[in-house]
Design a protein around this ligand. Sequence first.
Ligand code: NAD
Length: 483
Amino acid sequence: MKNIPVIMIIFGGSGDLAHRKLYPSLFNLYEQGLIHDNFAVIGTARRPWSHEYLREQVSDAIHETHDQVDENEVKAFASHFYYQSHDVTNVEHYVTLKKLAQELDDRYSAQGNRLFYMAMAPRFFGTIATHINDQHLTGSGFNRIVVEKPFGHDLASAEQLNKEITASFDENDIFRIDHYLGKEMIQNIMPMRFTNPLIKNIWSGEYIKNIQITLAERLGVEARGGYYDTSGALRDMVQNHIFQIITLLAMPEPKDLSSDSVHQAKQELLKSLIIPTPEEVKKNFVRGQYLGSDTTFAYKKEPNVDPDSTTETYVAGKTKFTSGPIAGVPIYFRTGKEFKEKKTRIDIVLKHINNPYGQAHSNNITIEVDPESKIYITINGKKIDEPGIRREDLTYVFSKEEMAKVPDGYERLLHDVFANDSTNFTHWSELKRYWEFIDAVEDAWQKENEAGNPEIAQYLPYRMGPKEADNIFESPTEHWIYE
Ligand code: NAD
């Protein structure tokens, strides 16, 4: 598929995401010819920029992310960019925007195709969707919309936002983006599970003891304290990234690789997601806040954070499904700020088997997602010159040259939007289910807060989070594999 005609409108064209991710990714797609002669991008934001200034910004964004570029190519690419000063809350501005989109459609023979990208603060998503509808911004060709995370703050607000977006867009044209689904090793979960008899045949509660997912961040809330304090680790990381990973690990095999079949398999699984009761939340979840290294309340002293905040900068929890290949297997997850290192990692912990050698190590399958990309399986064997069992890792790893070729998640996902492939985007019915789970946990925590006895573990920075998270395991023989 090459040279797709389209007018793309980016809401938030002066923002960080547009600069660091969208412009460089679009350039790479332009270089590959996916978008080429018949496209234009309208960047919008409130600032009074000119077309020329936006083009300079686009050019800077490419130079910042590419070692070597052909300057003529950059110039030719940037010439497709137009800036429209636009306050998303001002209805009249949509009239001007529509006029520009129509002019560019004619100039670039874009065949009435429109792609809208919501790259700004989520509180504006509903407003933008409403005005796209009431000011008739959609074109006569295809109309697609990419919605950044977070999609809602809870189930009720997500439903409201979905209603506002579906007023103008069909479900098939709504691309709810989660950049984790563009990552190499996340995209590797399905091939790993379904093409290896060695792995596929042990993917059940008979062999798997538990699954552990860790999304560790090294940084604190930095300058995002005001926003983060209204969100927390559960909404910020579990509702989207962690649940996407869990779904890929637990879903049944799709009947083929079409987007419909993959989503069908995910939805079949999610029907059997166990929504925790308040008692289960108390038992199976730990929320925490980071301390300073002198054990003072560091999070509560961050700029724009409520000094009495109960927002969690760390969460660990457990979930299970009643159907699917790993029905009944506990899936433990944890994520938070100020871990000892930045890492995303999945550990599949296998059960021990009786053997004549006595104690052996469990065969764990580990998928490292970030910063490294590799899979390794622990294997038992014989020690050379003494009795006993030695443990080695069999590793599936990429060379440096291969890693250099891996496209950024945003590039992959934007490619899919242009190609109309929604396999790696979140379907509404999946998102709805994730929110049902998150709301159950948030409600239980809220009740604890209101009763004046919230249990919020404190943890020292740059370690592995609160020790209370060691107590969520079902049996004393289980523990976090990644320490
Ligand atoms: P940002 O604050 O850097 O950019 C926001 C943009 O919105 C700016 O262009 C700003 O001028 C514009 N804006 C603000 N108010 C406006 C108004 N009333 N009318 C018109 N424009 C207005 O934010 P960001 O970091 O680029 O994030 C954008 C979205 O992308 C968010 O939903 C965020 O969660 C998501 N996201 C960002 C990143 C990232 O790396 N930055 C990563 C993943 C997801």
